[in-house]
Design a protein around this ligand. Structure first.
Ligand SMILES: *Cc1c(COP(=O)(O)O)cnc(C)c1O
Length: 421
């Protein structure tokens, strides 16, 4: 469900004509819909309304401050994977007691920041991290609230590069080592055991792998409680998939919630969720302008002004994005077939292969749908291209929530050494 539709032949985000934003801000750029962000957050909250649940939005999906503030106002907490993301969440108004800190490589500085702020929970991913966190907390005279992220050895996820819960993945603690590590955690003076954590991957449309992983996690929680650990929270991570194309039919938040309730049964726990993509993915588009058509013997290339540095998902995960022209096609238009590519000097700078579109010419604008998650956050300045602007729409209003940097801003962190100046 999203709020990008044609009105009077022009693609709109809510009540704003996307062509007008492109005229004012310039392409390429991202546009996000407040109504879609709010709707996704509220649908998940409603699905879990009858249980004690913290919805910790995964900041890595889209960490723009205005997006975070929109979700903070909906009551979301945050799942962060770096000190920088924690500072973003705090700056956007998400209280520390609603922040959980995940990730395999937390530094002492990041641990200190989380402890100073008083975050809800650290999701610990190894024995070495547990020892370090205990040392850091002890030196500050506090206890770190923790869950241990376990690896349930269940494969899931829309692409091998986004599966995280299988033996051999770098994430979580191997299943057989979980209970000994909880025993160790119970001995450490700087650690307060609070929960168990699992996150098996991303873009998961089928609930069965999740159900298997969650059921194992609930079993483990019962065993830990029986052996005296105070495990009052289960963090089930994120990972719910979204429709990227019409044929995708991922499980709904309601189905997901029913499955979670079924798996936890009568176990009295706080449920923590870390949804990212399912909140932000379909709430954003990336707009680009067609620069050139380039015929080749076996295909026609559309060269657009956005590159893989602006939207990396196709190059990184062979991801599909639906593409719509900003001007609705005429009923009489027949589709042509194009390879849509960017200007970057890499062969992987390709958004779509043999894609059917109504006839397109230079100067036409296209919207890549479902680009709200893992879009802008993964972008870079490769080829000395400026980061592209982000715009947030709310009803009939819009605002630039990250502007395009100038050349001076792009180079201001660089300095000439003495011997060259
Ligand atoms: C990436 C990530 C998420 C969010 O995943 P989505 O598929 O975007 O919902 C949640 N938790 C952790 C630990 C992650 O690494």
């Amino acid at each position: 469900m999203h709020h990008f539709d044609y009105k009077a032949g022009r693609l709109h985000c809510e009540d704003v004509d996307l062509g007008k934003i492109a005229d004012a801000v310039g392409t390429p750029l991202y546009v996000y819909s407040t109504a879609t962000l709010r709707r996704h957050a509220s649908v998940i909250a409603a699905a879990f309304a009858d249980i004690d649940c913290l919805i910790a939005y995964s900041v890595k999906a889209n960490g723009n401050l205005a997006v975070l503030a929109t979700l903070a106002a909906e009551g979301c907490g945050a799942d962060v994977v770096s000190g920088g993301e924690m500072l973003r969440a705090l700056k956007a108004g998400i209280p520390a007691r609603r922040i959980v800190f995940s990730g395999v490589g937390k530094t002492r500085e990041e641990m200190t920041l989380g402890l100073e702020q008083g975050i809800h929970q650290f999701n610990v991913e190894s024995g070495a991290e547990l020892e370090t966190l205990s040392e850091v907390a002890s030196s500050m005279g506090v206890k770190a609230p923790i869950a241990i992220r376990v690896n349930p050895d269940v494969a899931a996820g829309g692409h091998p590069n986004i599966s995280t819960g299988k033996q051999g993945d770098k994430f979580g603690v191997p299943w057989a080592e979980a209970e000994p590590l909880y025993a160790r955690a119970g001995e450490l003076t700087g650690i307060e055991v609070c929960g168990v954590d699992v996150h098996i991957g991303s873009q998961i449309g089928d609930l069965e792998p999740m159900r298997r992983a969650f059921a194992k996690t609930v079993e483990l929680t019962r065993r830990l409680r029986a052996s005296g650990h105070n495990v009052s929270r289960i963090d089930f991570g994120g990972g719910l998939g979204i429709p990227y194309e019409a044929s995708d039919a991922p499980a709904s938040p309601a189905d997901y919630a029913a499955m979670v309730r079924d798996v936890i049964g009568d176990l009295p726990v706080q449920v923590i969720l870390e949804p990212g993509r399912v909140i932000a993915g379909n709430a954003g588009v990336m707009m680009t302008e067609v620069l050139y058509q380039k015929p080749a013997p076996d295909r026609t290339f559309l060269i657009v002004d956005a590159g893989m540095n602006d939207l990396m998902r196709p190059a990184l995960y062979a991801a599909h994005h639906d593409v719509l022209p900003l001007n609705a096609p005429e009923k009489t238009d027949r589709n042509d077939t194009y390879d849509i590519v960017g200007p970057i000097c890499e062969s992987t700078d390709k958004f779509a292969t043999r894609r059917d579109l109504p006839p397109v010419k230079s100067g036409d604008r296209l919207a890549f749908l479902s680009a709200g998650a893992y879009g802008a956050v993964l972008s870079s300045q490769y080829n000395a291209r400026p980061l592209i602007p982000e715009v947030l729409v709310d009803g009939e209003n819009y605002a630039i929530v990250r502007r395009r940097p100038s050349f001076d801003e792009m180079t201001q962190l660089e300095a000439m050494p003495d011997w060259l100046s």
